[in-house]
Structures are given as structure tokens and as C-alpha cells.
Write a protein that binds this ligand. Structure first.
Ligand code: HLD
Length: 538
């Protein structure tokens, strides 16, 4: 065999292997897999054949990444296809068998990685599907997603201006704008990994403001028992501040709420006085703007009066309801008085539809974040840098590394404009009002639990057998038992996802969330018809 023959034989063998790999892959699960096949030239390549390891590897790098993009585009397409399922449910035990999750000693080919990517998305719940109503963060805003793609590619840490100059300036501009929308001039803000951590930042700043030496002296800086107050409907992260920060959850006082889920201000005052009488130090009140389950808004002005009277810090947890600050129609009375707060949590990844995750915490007073959290690590936050070091935001936080959560929000805001966000907020509220109207038009099939203040629509589905029963505790018990069964049917059918939970007043009920730009009136009609189709015989 001469050299040419040998090369030909080798090429033929390589082609055979290539085709074999394409058709016999153990995770060959996508019917459209061939679309994701690399060219013959590249199908046996591995990570080391592309950039950065192989400086000649740009053509293969490009082909590989373009195929990844094809996989992502197909996922986006099917997320927006109302005939496609929201999910393909398998129990963990069965799902494990469908996947090859092993991380091998010897790495796999790029071709296998493409199959891995497509298999991963095949079994992922499509949270951007118009029939996904399950979480406060629903939907897939494609401009924000484009931003996230760019963020991933830029792959930078947000602690210093020197490695993230553009993104740091974007944070500065956008957070200033958000504070203006709250109603403040000046102040300070930071993006945090989620609403819970944002609330923790508020707690830390409040304690620092009242006891500036706590940072150095710890517990000995406080002569007495600190107490915080929040409603019994608040997000659990508020209580977790008391556990994490040394108060103990017994010193996070849960104030009763009214039948609409709003804190009762007179009860708050009573409880503050009760604790003061014991010699405790009330210092922090949390108002929730948009409770997680019911979507209730605490009366901020009334709480601000009480905080003023007793010298407490007022924090507004508007992680959920904050988006409504952008709507002239719905902002008042829900968020009236928010400008009187000392701090505000506001998550653009919820109602505003920014990609997960994007959570902001704002302070009326500038300088607190830095003096509270600064540790002055000399290897990162040198004070003799070439630029104004106030742009090194990393020392304002208790984390070190910070993910870039700003670009996706900035790009989305550029696309929509503030007006576009206002229209978006109004549309979500109108769709929720539409859902409430439809529910009221079908009293035999649906029971509205309360008039919503937000896009949380809480209701029971009434199967045929309970339709003639008078509504009372006995029927509520049956309806509560039905929720998990109906939810299981939804997930097994794969056509719909709506959440359910009990609360302290009633057994399980459904909580529908409309926070996706994909949802239309027809989708609301589909949701109600599908619940009936799946649940009438329960
Ligand atoms: O704490 C919660 C956060 C989110 C979210 O970011 O989507 C609770 C929920 O959602 C929820 O859907 O109950």
C-alpha cells in the first residue's frame, strides 16, 4: 500500500467512524439530530481541536458554536409553539436512565457534546412556553436572552472597573434610573444574586446604620435584643435574615395580615410596643409589595408613619411587585409611599421578564453599602489605581465575585424603552383581569378565592362531583385534595403548568401567574379549558 492508498483508507475509516458515531450515539434521542451533525471534517474533533487550544481551529470552533446556536433556536421555536408540550415529565429514576450524565475519564467528541446539549433541552421544562404559569419568573424575553449570550461570552467578573468597564457603567446608569423611578435623588444600589440576598443586604445596612460599630465589635456593639417585624405573608427570606444574622427567628415578629393578605398596621404598632416594653430594640420593618402567593401589597405609607414614630428602618420587599413602579395606572395605590422607604428590593427577572437572574437592592442613603460591607482586600481594591475607584463596586458586597446581571436588563430596557415596560406591565395586569372575568363567568367550574391586586390569580377548580355542594370547609377540603392530583395530571400530559400551595387560611389552591409576554387571552382560555379537560372527573 503506497502513501496515497494509505491516506485514502484512513479517510474512509474516519468517515465510517464519523457516520457510526452519528447514528449509534448512546444519547441519540433527538429526531432532528442530523441537523446538529458536524461536517465530516469536524465530526471526530474534540475540545482540544478548537480554540483556544488549537490556534488553527477557528473553522471548527465556528461550526461547533453555530450548531449549538441551532439547538438553542430550535428550543426557542418549540417554546413558542402552542402545539408543543411545556414539558416531557419523567420521574427522577426514569429520567436518569434516559440521560448519560456520566463525566468520563476520557472526554467525548464535539459531536457528542452537541447531542448532549440537544438532549438536555429536550427534557427541560419550557419556562418560556405560553402555557407555563408556574412561577413568578415565566417567559423568555429574547432581547434579554441575547444579552445573556453576550454576557456569557464576555465572561467577566463584576467586582472591578478594570475588568468590566462598560458593564460597571451600565450598572451605574440603570440603577440610578431605577432609584429615580422609586422616587429618590441619589442613594446607592447593587445587583444581588436573588431577592433573598437583596433583603439580607437591606438588613445588614439597617443594622450598620443603627450600630455602626457592629462590623468591628460584633454582638457586643448592641446592648439589647434586636427585633424585626414583617407580615405573616412575607417571603421566607425575611425570616431567614433573623436566623442568619444572629437575632434568631423568635425575634422576627410575624405581624398578622388581613383577609386580603396585607399587614395590619395597628397590629404592627401593638407588637412593637410589646417588644419595647420587654426592653427589646425594634429596628427593622419589612413591607411586602407583592406577596409571593396572593400578590398583596402592604400599605407602605402607614408603615412608614410607624417606622418614623419608633425609629425603625423601613425596607420594602418589592422583588415581585416592583415592576409595577413602571406603570402609571397600577403603581398607585399599590406602591404609594415607596419613596419613604430606606431600602427597596426589586427583581427585574420577575414581572419585567429579564432573564434569570436579575435582582436589585436600592438604598436611599449613599455610602451605607460600602461602609457596611467593605473589607478592603488589597489585591483587588487597591486605592492607588489609575481610575476613580468608586467604580470598583466589588467591595460594597459580602460576596467577592459578582455575575454580570446588568447587560441583559440594559439591552432589554434599550429595546423596550421605559414606555415599552409600562405597556408590558399594563398588559400583564389586563390579562390577569381577563382571567378573573373568565373565572367569574364559569362559577360552576371555578371558584375565585379573592380579587387579585396583581397577576397572582388564586382559585379552586371545581370538578363535577362538587358542583352542587355548598361552598364551605367541607368542599374546600375536597378541593385542596384535588390540587396535587390535577397538577400531576398537568405534568403528565405536559400541556400546562400552574402552581398550587396551601396557606394559613385554606388548604391547597391554585395560584396562576401571568408574567410572560408570550401569554394571550387565548392562552388564558386554553388554561381554563385544559384544567377542566384534565380535572372534571376528579
Ligand atoms: O421566591 C420565589 C422566587 C420566584 C422566582 O424568582 O420566580 C418564589 C417564586 O418564584 C414562586 O414562583 O413562588
Amino acid at each position: 500500500m503506497d502513501n496515497v492508498q494509505m491516506i485514502d483508507t484512513f479517510k474512509a475509516f474516519k468517515d465510517f467512524l464519523c457516520n457510526f458515531a452519528r447514528t449509534h450515539s448512546p444519547t441519540r434521542l433527538m429526531s432532528s439530530e442530523n441537523t446538529y451533525s458536524l461536517s465530516r471534517e469536524h465530526c471526530n474533533l474534540k475540545y482540544s481541536d478548537i480554540l483556544p487550544q488549537n490556534v488553527e481551529g477557528y473553522p471548527a470552533t465556528k461550526e461547533f458554536l453555530m450548531k449549538v446556536v441551532d439547538i438553542l433556536l430550535d428550543f426557542i421555536k418549540s417554546s413558542n409553539d402552542r402545539n408543543a408540550k411545556v414539558l416531557e415529565f419523567h420521574h427522577p429514576h426514569d429520567m436518569t436512565k434516559l440521560l448519560d450524565l456520566d463525566v468520563p475519564d476520557t472526554g467525548v467528541t464535539l459531536q457528542q457534546l452537541l447531542l448532549d446539549c440537544s438532549t438536555t433541552l429536550k427534557y427541560q421544562v419550557k419556562t418560556g412556553h405560553p402555557h407555563f404559569f408556574n412561577q413568578l419568573s415565566c417567559g423568555l424575553d429574547l432581547v434579554s436572552m441575547a444579552g445573556e449570550w453576550l454576557t456569557a461570552t464576555a465572561n467577566t467578573n463584576m467586582f472591578t472597573y478594570e475588568i468590566a468597564p462598560v458593564f460597571i457603567l451600565m450598572e451605574h446608569v440603570l440603577l440610578t434610573k431605577m432609584r429615580e423611578i422609586i422616587g429618590w435623588n441619589g442613594g446607592d444600589s447593587i445587583l444581588a444574586p436573588g431577592g433573598s440576598i437583596s433583603n439580607l443586604y437591606a438588613f445588614l445596612a439597617a443594622r450598620h446604620k443603627m450600630f455602626p460599630t457592629y462590623k468591628e465589635r460584633g454582638l457586643s456593639a448592641i446592648d439589647g435584643q434586636l427585633v424585626m417585624f414583617t407580615s405573616d405573608q412575607c417571603h421566607y427570606s425575611v425570616r431567614s435574615c433573623a436566623a442568619v444574622c444572629g437575632l434568631g427567628t423568635d425575634n422576627c415578629v410575624m405581624v398578622p395580615s388581613d383577609e386580603r393578605g396585607r399587614i395590619i398596621p395597628s397590629k404592627l404598632e401593638e407588637l412593637i410596643l410589646e417588644r419595647k416594653a420587654k426592653g427589646h430594640i425594634p429596628f427593622f420593618v419589612n413591607a411586602t409589595a407583592g406577596t409571593t402567593v396572593i400578590g398583596a401589597f402592604d400599605p407602605i405609607n402607614e408603615l412608614a408613619d410607624i417606622c418614623q414614630k419608633y425609629g425603625c428602618w423601613l425596607h420594602v420587599d418589592a422583588a415581585w411587585g416592583g415592576g409595577l413602579l413602571l406603570s402609571r395606572k397600577y403603581r398607585h395605590p399599590r406602591l404609594s409611599g415607596v419613596e419613604r422607604a430606606d431600602s427597596v428590593t426589586w427583581n427585574p427577572h420577575k414581572l419585567m421578564g429579564a432573564l434569570l437572574q436579575c435582582s436589585t437592592i436600592h438604598f436611599k442613603e449613599d455610602g451605607l453599602l460600602i461602609s457596611c460591607n467593605q473589607m478592603s482586600a488589597e489585591y483587588l481594591f487597591m486605592t492607588d489605581k489609575l481610575y476613580d475607584i468608586k467604580y470598583d463596586t466589588g467591595d460594597k458586597v459580602i460576596q467577592c465575585g459578582r455575575h454580570n446581571d446588568i447587560f441583559k436588563l440594559w439591552l432589554q430596557w434599550r429595546a423596550k424603552g421605559t414606555d415599552g415596560f409600562e405597556k408590558h406591565m399594563d398588559r400583564l395586569m389586563e390579562l390577569s383581569e381577563y382571567m378573573v372575568r373568565r373565572i367569574k363567568q364559569m362559577p360552576d367550574k371555578y371558584y375565585l378565592i379573592l380579587e387579585p391586586e396583581m397577576v397572582n390569580v388564586c382559585f379552586w377548580y371545581l370538578p363535577t362531583r362538587v358542583r352542587n355542594m355548598p361552598h364551605g370547609p367541607e368542599r374546600e377540603k375536597i378541593l385542596g385534595e384535588i390540587c396535587p392530583i390535577l397538577k400531576a395530571r398537568m405534568m403528565q400530559a405536559g400541556t400546562l403548568m400552574v402552581g398550587y400551595q396551601p396557606d394559613d387560611r385554606r388548604p391547597n389552591f391554585f395560584r396562576n401567574i401571568i408574567s410572560s409576554a408570550a401569554v394571550t387571552e387565548q392562552d388564558v382560555d386554553f388554561l381554563l379549558a385544559e384544567l377542566d379537560r384534565l380535572g372534571h372527573d376528579l
